[in-house]
Unconditional design. Structure first.
Ligand code: B1M
Length: 210
């Protein structure tokens, strides 16, 4: 559609204000939050990723686009989270140590919130000790780890070891994800589940806890 294409285009150009306004407009026109997310925001971010990979744009442009993505997500957040039911379960999530990517992690957090989970978001660059502390403090049923770099995904393995050593591994189910993470990797490191995207993360979470 025109408006979703426009959202993608403005996101690519890094116009946070336009993205925010168009996101609201698309919702007002009757597009579902899911449609706006996939057909507008994520589509624009994928174009950013392609150009970044091809060295046609650089980190500053990507950061500006990421800020525009956040502006759009702020508008969507209440819609995605609009269920108002009792929390299904508690979910601790974070991006692993050394990794500063948070857009995908935030999306997973939002979708989980939307599905009725109570979400405790530890942010980015989260060391094992911080995950462990959060498990002890919040007693979540589920822990999620996000990694976007091939150099940081190995942290997932380290974290699982640390959970074991701290004696908290058996208290929680662990779900992992992020662009370089695969089902195969999740199996190898002994995570309980893997999800390729934010919507499947919700399904996987329910499956793991079901
Ligand atoms: Co970075 N970066 N980046 N970057 N960046 C990638 C990931 C990269 C693939 C780009 C490329 O070269 N093609 C590449 C990684 C290469 C690799 O390791 N294989 C890369 C690189 C190299 C880097 C730097 C090293 C660049 C540099 O400085 N030279 C640097 C590292 C910084 C660091 O982390 N220490 C860096 C920096 C950055 C920015 C800061 C500029 C910015 C991040 C801003 C931010 O997050 N606030 C950035 C961005 C935006 C990207 C790309 C363009 C987009 C990532 C994104 O947000 N995608 C990315 C290229 C790309 O992916 N196309 C790239 C949209 C998001 C919705 O998708 O995060 O995959 P994603 O999340 C999905 C799923 O993966 C899944 O659900 C989400 C929604 O569907 N998912 C989960 C994610 N977490 C999950 C957890 C789950 C379940 C599912 O369970 C818990």
């Amino acid at each position: 559609s025109d408006i979703l294409d426009q959202i993608a285009k403005e996101l690519f150009a890094g116009n946070a204000k336009a993205v925010s306004e168009l996101t609201q407009k698309a919702l007002d026109e009757g597009f579902s939050p899911q449609e706006v997310l996939n057909g507008g925001l994520i589509k624009g971010m994928n174009q950013v990723g392609e150009k970044f990979k091809a060295n046609e744009i650089y980190v500053p442009e990507v950061l500006i686009a990421a800020r525009a993505m956040k502006a759009g997500m702020e508008v969507l957040k209440p819609k995605l989270a609009e269920t108002g039911v009792e929390p299904v379960a508690r979910f601790v999530i974070g991006t692993v140590k050394g990794d500063l990517h948070d857009i995908g992690k935030n999306l997973v957090a939002m979708m989980m919130e939307g599905a009725g989970f109570e979400v405790i978001d530890l942010g980015i660059d989260v060391p094992a000790e911080k995950f462990i502390q959060a498990i002890k403090e919040h007693q979540p049923q589920l822990v999620g780890m996000s990694a976007l770099l091939t150099t940081t995904m190995i942290q997932i393995r380290e974290n699982l070891k640390a959970f074991q050593e701290a004696g908290v591994r058996d208290q929680v189910k662990v779900m992992v994800g992020g662009a370089p993470v695969t089902q195969k990797f999740a199996d190898e490191v002994g995570a309980d589940g893997y999800a390729p995207d934010a919507a499947s993360a919700v399904d996987k979470a329910k499956e793991l806890l079901g």
